[in-house]
Design a protein around this ligand. Structure first.
Ligand code: PMP
Length: 291
């Protein structure tokens, strides 16, 4: 069976899933998206993802053509149509079809797309070995230019970071903000551990990750100290452990950065403890797909 993709209330096979070349999502990256995961027949933190997506839409004055409840049902129905229990889900709101000008008032109706695919561990054996991170020269879009919590369809800033990481032979980029502090990865948040304490950049300067939020909860439960902080190269290079978090990446240790070894070069005990707790949390909670 080929993937069944939801577009504006109907399902299409992958081959027939098409949108207009006049859609401003394509022409201008005008829209918002999410990355969501389902494990063992449950969607992890579905309401949080939907809230973030609707907040992003609101921030760019995009009116979704469905209520949150209807959208939630559309996501669950997409999973059912594709017979999925473990999945990566990519919902998208586009500004919709307009003319070649960028004025969103020319786009009368927002578009809705939901893609759901079967998905395993994003970084394969790197959860045991650790990722190689590289700091990149491109800076994170400033919140004054593009509010960092809008998960905008325009990911060029992140793509530029990824290109640089690829060129330098890294698995993931470490992006700094325009103030010179560490911001996040190209598709994940970053955490640094020193002397048993976890620190992560202030949320104003990166995407307020839902996995990041789960790590705050888990750290509290496990009695590990965690605080937001301004962090720089020194903190990275002298860390005992570094890990990144994201819906796709989950919790992934980073054991090499800019050719330097972090800690003893192996995933550390605090990271491992959180990885185990996160696996447990994601596999036992969430919105059931099948009633
Ligand atoms: N930062 C960026 C730039 C991202 O693309 C993502 C992935 N959505 C994250 C952080 C992590 O967010 P979440 O944990 O909600 O997936």
């Amino acid at each position: 069976m080929t993937e069944q993709i939801y577009i504006d209330g109907k399902f299409y096979s992958k081959e027939n899933a098409r949108i207009s070349v006049y859609d401003h999502g394509l022409l201008y990256g005008d829209g918002v998206f999410e990355g969501i995961r389902a494990y063992n027949g449950r969607v992890f933190r579905l309401d949080e993802h939907i809230d973030r997506m609707y907040d992003g839409a609101r921030a760019i004055c995009l009116v979704p053509p469905l209520s949150k409840e209807e959208f939630k049902e559309a996501i669950l129905e997409t999973l059912r149509r594709n017979d999925l229990k473990d999945a990566y889900i990519r919902p998208i709101f586009t500004r919709g079809v307009g003319d070649l000008g960028l004025d969103p008032r020319k786009c009368p109706k927002a578009g809705v797309i939901i893609i759901a695919v079967s998905w395993g561990a994003m970084y394969g054996d790197l959860y045991e070995k650790g990722l190689t991170g590289v700091t990149v020269s491109v800076r994170r879009n400033a919140p004054e230019a593009l509010p960092t919590n809008i998960k905008s369809l325009n990911y060029l800033n992140n793509i530029l970071a990824k290109i640089e990481a690829n060129e330098k032979g890294g698995d993931e980029a470490i992006i700094f903000d325009i103030r010179g502090n560490i911001s996040e990865g190209s598709g994940d948040n970053i955490f640094i551990i020193k002397n048993g304490r976890i620190r992560t950049p202030f949320v104003q300067y990166n995407l307020n990750g839902i996995t990041r939020g789960a790590v705050f909860e888990l750290a509290e439960k496990l009695g590990i100290s965690l605080a937001e902080a301004n962090l720089g190269y020194f903190d990275l290079y002298t860390a005992d452990e570094v890990f990144v978090t994201g819906t796709a990446a989950e919790i992934a240790p980073m054991t090499r950065i800019d050719g330097r070894v972090i800690g003893d070069g192996k995933p550390g005990p605090v990271t491992k403890k959180l990885m185990t707790a996160y696996t447990e949390l994601t596999r036992t909670t969430g919105t059931p797909i099948y009633k």
